[in-house]
Design a protein around this ligand. Structure first.
Ligand SMILES: NC(=O)c1ccc[n+]([C@@H]2O[C@H](COP(=O)([O-])OP(=O)(O)OC[C@H]3O[C@@H](n4cnc5c(N)ncnc54)[C@H](O)[C@@H]3O)[C@@H](O)[C@H]2O)c1
Length: 387
């Protein structure tokens, strides 16, 4: 087995989720590269050291520029706030490193495009961690669509609902709260939450071509942790948009951090001429499927048998599940990162770029930007997103 030496930039939520994936990869997947947790990078040396010791990283860097150019690093993993992605990714590409970057790719399309150019110019393998594609039930949804079981798509609807910023006392900016600071995050729920839903939607149902959106910022001013002053809030707290897909279907998306009682209610539903699909992250081991036309014989399901079928996505025949336990036993959130990493490494070994790469994530960025532009003007906006 060959080593795959990782530089982890950032030790927060995603730094932990990805470190777990690197540690478990070769336990579950028959790939030829074994990740080595080589460098943990963060600005605070003590905290970086504590993280490195906990997860088993060989050494620590406090300057990401040193980490991404180090000779003992093969792969740079960008797990820092959105405003840092571009600079780190371009430097890593110029250093010839493989790059896996957290979503959203950047804050804006203008910021994301040079990242795509840099990885393509350098010819380095790259991926963006839109991990929900790798939840087995969602991957199974893709399989059922590709098998023609949904037919002509009519409707795609998708939500991502949270409730953690309702209190006006939650500050913006700084550790953990950079998501509320437009300068660091780029946008609010649109880039943070809906980017996931948009990536999944375009993977399942093709490009989103036009959008019309409404955003709201319910709490207009918050204390800024870095300046100590009460400052205007620049992010969207909530966003709802309508859209058209290139295949002629209609989409409805909603995201908010003000849905009292919901922590991460992430759903999708697709309705087509021959069937429908429905997924809810709170019951992530299930995919609900309504079969109107039976693919195998072309006949309609007899009307007295029609109904939603709840598929427990735990069989060896289901995506990724032959790598884990016996049928009936579930895997969890963390496995979506492990599955994504396995696909990335297998893609590198096969010489086949894995999706979503930076170019694919740029399409999601274009939709996010069109949504925010539409919310600002009230007009329909063409996204320019392609397959
Ligand atoms: N795929 C997903 O489901 C998912 C979930 C959460 C976050 N994310 C994305 O992951 C990224 C990080 O989010 P998070 O929740 O892990 O954030 P976090 O606040 O938990 O961690 C961010 C880390 O970056 C470090 N950092 C900040 N600036 C740095 C710099 N200049 N140099 C080195 N380290 C620096 C911080 O010290 C911290 O360790 C964001 O882009 C976010 O959108 C993705």
């Amino acid at each position: 087995m060959k080593p795959l030496r990782v530089a982890m930039i950032g030790y927060g939520f995603m730094g932990r989720a990805h470190s777990n994936a690197y540690k478990r990869l070769t336990d579950f997947f028959a790939v030829q590269h074994k990740p080595v947790l080589q460098v943990a990078c963060a600005r605070n040396a003590d905290r970086a050291k504590a993280f490195a010791d906990n997860w088993g990283y060989t050494r620590v860097e406090t300057d990401w520029k040193k980490a991404v150019t180090a000779d003992d690093v093969d792969l740079v993993d960008i797990c820092t706030p959105n405003d840092t992605h571009q600079e780190i990714a371009i430097a890593a590409a110029e250093a010839g490193k493989m790059i896996v970057c957290e979503k959203p790719l950047a804050r804006t399309v203008a910021e994301a495009q040079p990242m795509v150019d840099a990885v393509e110019k350098a010819g380095v393998p790259n991926m963006v961690w839109f991990n929900y594609r790798r939840v087995p039930a969602i991957t199974l949804a893709k399989q059922l669509i590709d098998e023609g079981r949904i037919g002509r798509a009519f409707h795609f609807r998708s939500n991502f609902l949270q409730d953690w910023t309702i209190s006006p006392d939650v500050p913006q900016g700084g550790a953990g709260l950079w998501r509320l600071d437009a300068a660091a995050a780029g946008s609010g729920v649109t880039g943070d939450l809906l980017a996931h839903n948009i990536d999944t939607a375009m993977w399942l149902n093709g490009p989103i071509t036009r959008v019309v959106a409404k955003t709201e910022t319910f709490v207009k001013e918050r204390m800024h942790s870095l300046t100590g002053k009460v400052e205007k809030v620049g992010i969207d707290d909530a966003c709802a948009f309508l859209c058209e897909f290139a295949n002629g279907s209609l989409g409805v998306f909603e995201s908010t951090r003000y849905a009292r009682g919901h922590k991460a209610l992430k759903t999708l539903e697709l309705n087509g001429s021959e069937g429908s699909l429905s997924f809810n992250l709170e019951e992530m081991e299930y995919l609900d499927f309504f079969e109107y036309t039976q693919k195998e014989n072309g006949a309609s399901t007899p009307s007295h048998l029609r109904g939603w079928r709840r598929i427990h996505v735990t069989n060896g025949e289901h995506p990724y599940m032959d790598k884990y336990w016996v049928p009936g036993l579930v895997i969890g959130y963390e496995h979506s990162f492990l599955n994504a990493l396995a696909d990335f490494v297998a893609g590198v070994e096969a010489g086949k770029p894995v999706q979503p790469d930076f170019r694919s994530a740029l399409q999601t960025q274009k939709v996010c930007e069109a949504v925010l532009q539409s919310a600002a003007t009230g007009a329909w906006v063409e996204t320019g997103a392609t397959a």
